[in-house]
Ligand binder design. Structure first.
Ligand code: ADP
Ligand code: MG
Length: 227
């Protein structure tokens, strides 16, 4: 009799634990979906993972390792990452893979190119906008665990753009928050792009990010027929 009671108790405890775990998982999944939607990662980017990143040379191997390490220790990382290299070598793929992994761990990530970020900020100027430029900058810096700027330098760098970027980068620096950047340009080219603010921006970035150089054959060209 006692045995039976014990078994009953044990089973109901186990069932309760299982149900609680399932409820928690479901909640987590919902949160992940919400975070994904907010991040700016489109469907295309959501498929870019560490698992489907191929390492064909030493640089790619190193870049993958650095990305995984960053994710593993996040948010306790000393530096962010700046992926530098020609078009099609997997810079955006790695940045998106980091974003996906962190979102799965319930961190909030904003992922976008400068044009997307600036468009969002610009939209605050419209009369109907109920969120201000300062608030958007706050969203990118204070309220977000990680900002990823994709393809830095590709956009038309007006003085306005340079100023906004400078503000964002400075704010992240003040909050000691990591930053991830992908770019086709080297430091001196980036400096030139930023004009007057060039030295200030690039030296901040150099302080905040570890530079990860990648060069390989253009993946897109190689896989043209499979795309
Ligand atoms: N090492 C790699 N392994 C798997 N896919 C890759 C790799 N490098 C690039 N790709 C794929 O090739 C395409 C272009 O890569 P992308 O990361 O956008 O290049 P980049 O940002 O360096 O210009 C994407 O579809 C990406 O998933
Ligand atoms: Mg890219």
């Amino acid at each position: 009799m006692e045995d039976e009671i014990m078994r009953f108790l044990k089973e109901s405890i186990e069932r309760n634990e299982r149900e609680a775990k399932e409820a928690l998982m479901k909640k987590k999944q919902e949160k992940v979906l919400q975070l994904l939607e907010k991040s700016g990662l489109g469907k295309r980017f959501a498929k870019r993972t560490f698992e489907n990143f191929r390492v064909e040379n030493k640089e790619l191997k190193e870049a993958l390792l650095k990305s995984k390490e960053f994710t593993k220790y996040f948010p306790h990382v000393e530096k962010g990452l700046l992926f530098m290299g020609p078009v099609g070598v997997g810079k955006t793929h790695l940045a998106a893979a980091i974003a996906n992994e962190l979102i799965n761990n319930l961190y909030s990530v904003v992922f976008g190119n400068v044009t997307d970020l600036i468009t969002l900020i610009r939209s605050t100027y419209s009369k109907e906008a109920d969120i201000t430029e300062a608030e958007i900058i706050k969203t990118f810096t204070e309220d977000t665990d990680l900002l990823i700027i994709d393809d830095l330098g590709k956009e038309n760098m007006s003085e306005y753009t340079a100023t906004i970027l400078y503000q964002i980068i400075n704010r992240l620096y003040e909050y000691e928050k990591p930053l991830i950047i992908t770019t086709n340009f080297n430091s001196s080219m980036l400096k030139r792009k930023f004009g007057e603010k060039g030295d200030a921006v690039v030296s901040r970035i150099a302080e905040m990010c570890e530079f990860v150089k990648i060069s390989s054959d253009d993946w897109r060209l190689k896989n043209e027929r499979n795309d």
